[in-house]
Design a protein around this ligand. Structure first.
Ligand code: HSE
Length: 341
C-alpha cells in the first residue's frame, strides 16, 4: 500500500467533489490499486489554507459546504498556493484554480512550480492546458513526473484517453464534438420554448456555466477544448485565439423553429479535421438532421465522435461538467499515475 499525498489548489466545487469522490472510493482505491490517498494540503483564495502531513480529515473535507473554521487551529497555515507547493509534503498537486483562457495564469505558474519541484500535477483547468500543454508536458518529462489532463475535456468521460491511448492506433482522421454543456443545455431549452437569457440563467444556477459565461456562449470554452484535443490527438498545437469561433448568442427563436420544421436541431460543434496537417479546426453552431448520432445528445450532456481509418465512426456520450463528474476524471489520472504494478 502506497500513501499518495495530495495538495489541492482551489477548493471550490470540483475540489470538494474530489474530496467526496476519494472518500467514497477510498477502500476501492486501496484494495484495487494499492493507493492510500491522503489530502495533506488545501489552499483556496477565499477559504484559506490547511495542512496536515498525515492527511486532513477526509470526512470533513468531503462535507458539502464545509468551512475551514471547522479544522484544528494547528492545521491552518495561511500559505498561498505557491507557499503550499513549496512547503507541503505532497506527491501530486491538483491544480483547480480559476480558469483563465487568455493567459492561463495563475495556473501556468503553479503547474510550472510544482513540476519543477518534482511533483506530478493533475488538472481540470482548461486555460493552462489549451495555452501551454506542450511546454508543460515537456517540463513534466524533464522532471520525471506526470501531468494529467483527462478532466479538461468532457470532465470524467474519458474522451482524452479513449482517443490518445485506444483509438490512435486505428488512425484518427477527424473529430467533432459537443464539448460545452452550457451551450447544449441552452439549445435544448430553447428548442423546448425557453428564451436564451432564461436558459442561460438556469445553466448558471445549475453550475454548468463558467464564471464568465461569455466563454461558454461565445464558443471560447469549446475552442480551448478542441485546441487541447488537437495537441493530444494530432500533435498539432493551435492557439485557441487562432481557431475560427462562432458562439450561439446570435441564434434566434426563429432559427430554432426553422430547424425543427426540417427535422433538425442546432448543436454547437467543435471540429478537427486532421486528414491533412495542420488540422482544420472550427467552432460553430451547426444544424444537424435528427438522424445524426449527435442530434439526440441533450441538456448538459457532451459527446465526441471520432472518424477513424480502421474502425470507422466511434461516438462517446457522457457528462461534460459537474463536481463529481470532474472529480472522476481527476481520479482516473491519479490511479493511472500511482497504482501499484
Ligand atoms: N462551462 C463548461 C461547460 C464546464 O459548460 O461545459 C466544463 O468545462
Amino acid at each position: 500500500m502506497k500513501n499518495v499525498k495530495i495538495g489541492i489548489i482551489g477548493f471550490g466545487n470540483v475540489g470538494q467533489g474530489f474530496a467526496q469522490a476519494i472518500q467514497q472510493k477510498r477502500e476501492f482505491l486501496r484494495e484495487s490499486y494499492g493507493i492510500n490517498p491522503l489530502i495533506t494540503a488545501v489552499c483556496d483564495t477565499f477559504k484559506g489554507s490547511l495542512y496536515n502531513s498525515d492527511g486532513l480529515d477526509l470526512n470533513l473535507l468531503a462535507k458539502p459546504g464545509v468551512g475551514f473554521d471547522e479544522f484544528k487551529a494547528e492545521e491552518k497555515t495561511g500559505w498561498d498556493a505557491s507557499e503550499m507547493i513549496a512547503n507541503a509534503e505532497s506527491d501530486v498537486i491538483l491544480e483547480l484554480s480559476v480558469v483563465n483562457l487568455q493567459t492561463g495564469e495563475p495556473a501556468v505558474s503553479y503547474i510550472t512550480q510544482a513540476l519543477n519541484a518534482g511533483k506530478s500535477v493533475i488538472t481540470s483547468n482548461k486555460g493552462p492546458i489549451a495555452l501551454r500543454y506542450r511546454s508543460l508536458r515537456a517540463l513534466a518529462q524533464q522532471n520525471n513526473v506526470k501531468l494529467g489532463v483527462e478532466a479538461t475535456v468532457m470532465s470524467g468521460t474519458p474522451a482524452v484517453r479513449l482517443g490518445k491511448e485506444i483509438l490512435e492506433a486505428s488512425g484518427i482522421r477527424s473529430v467533432r464534438g459537443i464539448l460545452n454543456g452550457t451551450c447544449n443545455f441552452i439549445l435544448s431549452e430553447m428548442k423546448n420554448g425557453s428564451a436564451f437569457k432564461d436558459a442561460l440563467a438556469s445553466a448558471q444556477k445549475l453550475g454548468y456555466a463558467e464564471a464568465d459565461p461569455t466563454n461558454d456562449v461565445g464558443g471560447f470554452d469549446t475552442a480551448a477544448k478542441v485546441s487541447i484535443l488537437s495537441e493530444v490527438f494530432f500533435g498539432e498545437r493551435v492557439v485557441p485565439a487562432d481557431i475560427p469561433c462562432e458562439g450561439i448568442s446570435d441564434l434566434t427563436p426563429q432559427d430554432i423553429a426553422k430547424a425543427t420544421e426540417v427535422k433538425s436541431v442546432w448543436k454547437l460543434l467543435g471540429t478537427i479535421d486532421g486528414s491533412t496537417l495542420p488540422p482544420k479546426i472550427s467552432v460553430k453552431p451547426v444544424m444537424l438532421p435528427e438522424s445524426d448520432p449527435l442530434a439526440g445528445v441533450n441538456g448538459a450532456m457532451n459527446a465526441i465522435q471520432f472518424q477513424t481509418e480502421l474502425l470507422g465512426q466511434v461516438t462517446l456520450i457522457g457528462a461534460g461538467a459537474g463536481r463529481l463528474e470532474t472529480a472522476a476524471g481527476l481520479m482516473q489520472d491519479l490511479i493511472l499515475f500511482f497504482k501499484e504494478e
